[in-house]
Ligand binder design. Structure first.
Ligand SMILES: *Cc1c(COP(=O)(O)O)cnc(C)c1O
Length: 479
């Protein structure tokens, strides 16, 4: 299978090259030349690593299926993606967020890709994070030879636990820097560095090549397709979905990467009904799906689901490519308009295609709190604010449309990453408690233990204190 770019469809590169490179030279994103069919029934008896290897092998032919299976076995040795009560729990990895599903595997894919492409230079991974990607990338890449990582996070735009997870990261090849600005500032800064030929040339002279672990990297996207196949298989095995019947999927969305993987799974033949795209109060995607107008010219709001506080949804470009009939020129036109004017508008037939596949909805902050409380009261499950956005939107979707088909909700973070917001929503008095005491209180309510990845944080030494402006990000990379 070859991969082309959303902004240059005459390009043909291998999966290994797309993964090693991260983003295409002209700024487009790598997409498969076609969607391979995969028989989901063949996955029923398999373990999670085996299911993931099957899905990845459908796209990647640079390495053998046995090699890929070795990688998935290593990445998913200690966790998988179980479905419980129609909730697809994607947060059992080392950093307690769904990003681990891809970022535990990406280092394996990247090292193998560098071998295949003959890359001898040191790989410098730049990450802009709204919270969870940064830690997951650090955890995945720390102490990997031949690779360095710099993580930029928005100063004040992540939770205390998220920040502590990053600034306490150990490893001889990692750097963590706070950017004065919001996530879009950090992400734009990284994108600027990636597309700046002068910076690339200067790094090349030092034997360094840039790559990306952000969700625009193909190596992030493909592992995510796997868990939707796995979820469908589990729903069938649990008797929740009739074999072959369509299943809806509801995903709390920011950069559109997670829900895009579900759309890819559908194109590979998985029986998927409606894709429900759930946003928080930064509901640029809801508006887009409802009106066809993508308009980022609005106030950036900081919410209790910071990993979804995003106004420029980078992976949407891949969906756009499908919606406009894989016309790279149309994608270029829209992306140029987004950059220059902050807005673009779909043609009527394009909007119809988008709405055929997706429903968009959003919830405000009081509704998120109410959903956390109601879910706990009615099911005993404690969910995090990101997952609560999806649960709330699914309820509205069902009320609005009467579509009561089986639906899995992607649960993207452990509630203990957001203990303060969760305990507050559950009616706790957080005024005199720090975040860790809030987690203890939530654990007592849920009758669980706080995961060690959180409870060990307060005693870990802070190793990273650097702060920069968006303009200074270049100096950090070249410094
Ligand atoms: C990253 C993240 C999201 C958003 O995922 P996208 O792929 O960007 O849509 C949602 N929830 C959590 C907890 C996340 O870390």
């Amino acid at each position: 299978m070859k991969f082309l770019s959303t902004q240059n469809s005459s390009l043909r590169v291998s999966a290994a090259q797309a993964i090693a490179q991260g983003i295409s030279d002209e700024g487009g994103l790598f997409v498969p030349e076609c969607f391979p069919k995969l028989d989901w029934q063949s996955l029923l008896p398999l373990s999670y690593p085996e299911r993931a290897a099957k899905v990845l092998s459908a796209y990647i032919d640079d390495f053998s299926e046995e090699e890929i299976l070795e990688m998935t076995r290593a990445a998913y040795a200690n966790f998988g993606a179980p479905v419980n009560d129609d909730i697809l729990e994607l947060y059992h990895g080392p950093t307690l967020a769904f990003k681990d599903m891809a970022l535990q595997l990406l280092p394996h894919l990247m090292r193998a890709s560098a071998r295949v492409t003959g890359e001898k230079r040191e790989i410098l991974i730049l990450v802009a994070t709204s919270g969870d990607t940064g830690k997951a990338a650090l955890e995945g890449f720390a102490n990997q030879s031949g690779i360095r990582v710099i993580v930029f996070y928005p100063d004040g735009g992540v939770s205390r636990a998220q920040k502590l997870q990053m600034v306490t990261q150990e490893g001889n090849n990692v750097k963590v820097v706070a950017v004065k600005g919001n996530f879009d500032d950090a992400q734009s800064g990284v994108k600027r560095i990636f597309t700046d030929e002068d910076i690339r040339a200067r790094l090349n002279e030092r034997g360094v090549v840039l790559s990306s672990a952000n969700s625009i990297n193909l190596g992030r996207l493909l592992p995510q397709v796997a868990y939707y196949f796995s979820a469908y298989a589990d729903m069938v095995l649990q008797g929740k979905v009739e074999s072959g019947a369509p299943m809806n999927i509801c995903v709390p969305t920011g950069n559109f990467g997670n829900i895009l993987a579900a759309a890819y799974a559908k194109r590979m033949g998985l029986p998927v009904g409606k894709l429900i795209c759930a946003s928080n109060q930064n509901h640029v995607l809801t508006d887009f799906i409802r009106t066809g107008v993508y308009d980022r010219r609005r106030e950036f709001l900081i919410s209790s689901s910071p990993s979804m506080d995003i106004l420029i949804s980078s992976n949407l470009e891949r969906m756009l490519f499908e919606i406009v009939g894989r016309n790279d020129e149309t994608v270029r036109t829209y992306m140029r308009a987004l950059k220059a004017e902050g807005i673009y508008t779909l043609a009527p037939d394009e909007l119809a295609a988008l709405q055929e596949e997706f429903y968009g909805g959003w919830t405000d902050e009081p509704a998120v709190r109410a959903t956390i409380e109601k879910t706990y009261r009615t099911t005993g499950h404690v969910i995090d604010p990101h997952t609560a956005v999806a649960v709330g939107v699914l309820e509205s979707y069902r009320n609005e449309t009467g579509d009561n088909r089986p639906c899995v909700v992607a649960a993207t973070a452990s509630p203990y990453k957001f203990g303060r917001a969760v305990y507050d929503a559950l009616g706790g008095d957080v005024s005199s408690l720090d975040d860790f005491a809030c987690c203890d209180a939530v654990a007592a309510l849920a009758n669980e233990k706080v995961p060690a990845a959180i409870s060990a944080l307060p005693t870990k030494p802070v190793l990273h204190t650097q702060v920069c402006t968006p303009e200074e990000m270049v100096d950090v990379v070249l410094g």
